[in-house]
Ligand binder design. Structure first.
Ligand SMILES: [Zn+2]
Length: 245
């Protein structure tokens, strides 16, 4: 477990399979939430030991630097097996115990579909652990807690699922790229990472183009897309942003 292990309760907890996943998919949203005064934490499920480049130690240092760039002070690692994440009862309980300790109101999880098996397994594992964490009889030595909402970050998906909403990250996009740049051991000269399919351009350029594309959906420079399986409620239609024409 990382040295920054926390017992605070958090507003927002971003959980993903590998170090660098959250920077790529929701780094702008995390940075923006921190600037808004929310308590934000990151939980990486694996140490990335199966990655082609860099060692787990180098990646740990890179991950802490990237979190600092985003303003996130707590980043933990669940130390599941990289490229072998399974959604079984012991793993669900292990994750539920961390959710109970961090007590997040909102959890960000990967998309339910993806190119990496760990991403797909993580998405359902996180949903299940969030639910089970609210059952008093699971691990009764810890206090139950169920996050109110799960947001699936669906950036880079190629199945063209319509996002439930897009977060305006225009003021945080350069910070997101700076956080991604912290992973020098992985990304130097790379054109592909995580769910980002390569087009021959440097990785950061591809990430920028995607961010700009999601931005156009909300008429802003940069955006990050999310999907919720539940409906988003609107109370005042006159407060709706984004013009039709
Ligand atoms: Zn990943």
């Amino acid at each position: 477990m990382a040295s920054t292990e926390s017992t605070e309760s958090f507003d927002l907890l971003a959980i993903a399979a590998h170090r660098d996943d959250v920077e790529l998919t929701c780094g702008g949203t995390l940075s923006k939430a921190v600037r808004a005064g929310h308590r934000v934490a990151i939980l990486d499920l694996t140490q990335g030991e199966m990655g082609t480049r860099g060692t787990a130690d180098i990646r740990a240092a890179e991950a802490q630097r990237a979190a600092a760039v985003l303003g996130v002070s707590v980043r933990e690692n669940l130390q599941l097996s990289d490229a072998a994440i399974v959604n079984d009862p012991p793993t669900r309980e292990k994750l539920a115990r961390v959710i109970r300790r961090l007590r997040p109101k909102i959890v960000i999880a990967p998309a339910l579909q993806g190119r990496h098996p760990d991403h797909i397994a993580s998405a359902q594992l996180i949903r299940d652990a969030c639910f089970l964490s609210g059952l008093a009889k699971l691990a009764p030595d810890s206090v139950k807690h169920r996050p109110r909402k799960i947001l699936h970050s669906i950036a880079y998906r190629q199945d063209f699922v319509r996002p439930s909403f897009v977060v305006d990250v225009s003021d945080d996009f350069e910070r997101k790229l700076e956080a991604i740049r912290c992973y020098a051991s992985q990304f130097e000269g790379e054109t592909q990472a995580g769910e980002v399919y390569p087009n021959g351009e440097p990785l950061l350029d591809v990430v920028r183009h995607y961010g700009a594309y999601y931005g156009t959906l909300i008429r802003r420079p940069y955006g990050e897309p999310f999907l919720t399986t539940e409906m988003v409620r609107v109370d005042d239609v006159l407060a709706l942003e984004v013009s039709t024409f």
